[in-house]
Design a protein around this ligand. Structure first.
Ligand SMILES: Cc1cc2nc3c(=O)[nH]c(=O)nc-3n(C[C@H](O)[C@H](O)[C@H](O)COP(=O)(O)OP(=O)(O)OC[C@H]3O[C@@H](n4cnc5c(N)ncnc54)[C@H](O)[C@@H]3O)c2cc1C
Length: 442
């Protein structure tokens, strides 16, 4: 069938096989010359595409055990984050790290070593994994930070290229309620936005929406959102009886592909100006109570929002720059994006801490993420952004990428040779492959 990632670019004819139980993965590996595991297809680009054998893990979705003493949950790799929230929030437990959508699998979160709004404090998802079972051509291997530690570090963030993750154990964190206390601060330019994010480090969750098309002196103006889990005592009386309601899973669906012309520099510029003005007017007050669903997953309320970018799809560009180079690098990136008049209203700026695995994306510094509809000139612009990122010692995120080139990728990931060695030792090189791994000559 024709398959793509969330960005709907590229689209590839793939043989999709189901893995209804973890044991079936071993047979699939034995019968395939080249294979890649696939979760819920929320990586934006070509990471979960293999033309001859793409193995869908969605059917492998059972919980295996939970220890209420330690908060450690063990489950199969196809379990969805939305399901973990549905089952565990009412019991007073929350995932240690969540990305910007709950429609991802545990296997996908480990393979991309996803980061959340709490990365500056708690690291990425892989930092909370205590053990995993990995199917390799040589059989099922148990890995943890202490057992087969190198294979563990290669698999966390390894984009499915070391084997198929069958089961994982990771720690949930206790919460008193399903609500967050959240507040917003406005920053009129990039330096203020970076300072506000750094100042907000004591908040468990921080993120900024950044207007990527504003030029100097308003270049980098942003709305900084910060939050923490609300306590039971902070709930209004009416909500204390049922303090942990879960998301309802409903949403509005985008019914058709938007015409490409609908999203141009003018519409985005006007939207951004209005959005910033509204956010700034509302900012500055004390924390407000908000449910975890709109706080963490605002886009999940709009089903199939990837159709907003038109039928040719879009790419998300996400890079991270080290702390010392962030101010200059971000300014150069924003100038180039504003000059091109491209880029979306969904742009995010966030402070990250260090990463976990050999190919994990995070490094201590600032990450910028924004969408670009695929159209004439988009890839030339992104090549320019790659150059700026490289000049400032940064890297792009593989879970979002669909077009960078081997030399840029290799320069950004200094542990690549180590990853290659461990992958080869596990017999995984040349067996677990995706369009991404071939494109980047991993
Ligand atoms: C709206 C939106 C917001 C997002 N926000 C964030 C964010 O805030 N932070 C962040 O880090 N990411 C974010 N992402 C990216 C997303 O979290 C990752 O791409 C994640 O990997 C997707 O999980 P999935 O189950 O859909 O996996 P897929 O997209 O299907 O696969 C992703 C990768 O995981 C591998 N994989 C999947 N399952 C297995 C398995 N069982 N064994 C081995 N490898 C496997 C695949 O081979 C592939 O390389 C966001 C994506 C969207 C669409």
């Amino acid at each position: 069938m024709m398959l793509s990632g969330w960005g709907r670019y590229p689209v590839l004819d793939c043989r999709l096989h189901a893995c209804p139980v973890p044991d079936a993965a071993e047979d699939a590996i034995a019968g395939a010359t080249s294979l890649i595991a696939r979760g819920n297809g929320r990586a934006y680009g070509d990471a979960a595409l293999n033309p001859t054998h793409t193995l869908s893990m969605l059917g492998s979705d059972r919980f295996a055990g939970f220890d209420p003493e330690t908060g450690v949950l063990t489950c199969e790799a196809g379990v969805m984050l939305s399901e973990i929230l549905r089952v565990f929030v009412p019991r007073g437990w929350f995932p240690p790290v969540v990305p910007g959508t709950k429609l991802v699998t545990v296997g996908g979160m480990i393979a991309a070593d996803v980061h959340g709004k709490n990365h500056h404090r708690d690291g990425s998802f892989g930092a909370h994994v205590t053990q995993l079972e990995l199917a390799t051509p040589d059989g099922v291997v148990t890995c943890s930070p202490d057992t087969n530690a190198e294979l563990f570090a290669a698999t966390i963030g390894g984009m499915g290229l070391t084997g198929v993750i069958l089961r994982a154990s990771f720690r949930l964190v206790p919460v008193e309620t399903a609500y967050m206390m959240s507040e917003t601060r406005a920053a009129g330019d990039l330096a203020t936005a970076m300072a506000l994010l750094a100042e907000s480090d004591a908040w468990p969750y921080t993120v900024a929406w950044i207007d990527c098309l504003a030029s100097a002196p308003a270049r980098g103006r942003s709305l900084i959102h910060r939050g923490r889990h609300a306590t039971h005592a902070e709930l209004p009386r009416g909500r204390r009886e049922a303090p942990r309601p879960v998301h309802d899973g409903k949403g509005v669906r985008v019914p058709f592909d938007m015409p490409g012309a609908a999203l141009n520099g003018l519409t985005v510029r006007s939207f951004n100006a209005a959005y910033y003005a509204r956010g700034r007017a509302a900012s500055g007050g004390g924390p407000e109570l908000v449910h975890y669903d709109p706080f963490f997953f605002p886009l999940d309320g709009i089903l199939a929002w990837n159709r907003l970018y038109g039928r040719w799809g879009f790419v998300q560009y996400q890079c991270v720059l080290p702390d010392t180079a962030s101010a200059a690098g971000l300014a150069a990136l924003l100038d180039r994006i504003a000059a091109a008049g491209q880029g979306s209203f969904l742009a995010v700026l966030k402070r990250l801490g260090p990463g976990s695995g050999f190919l994990s994306f995070p490094i201590a510094g600032y990450t910028l993420a924004l969408d670009f509809p695929v159209r004439a000139g988009t890839f030339a612009l992104l090549d320019d952004l790659d150059t700026i990122v490289a000049q400032h010692g940064g890297r792009v995120y593989l879970a979002k990428d669909a077009r960078t080139v081997p030399r840029r990728f290799a320069a950004g990931y200094p542990e690549l040779d180590r990853f290659r060695r461990v992958r080869a030792q596990a017999g995984a090189a040349g067996r677990f492959e995706s369009l991404l791994s071939r494109r980047l000559e991993v």
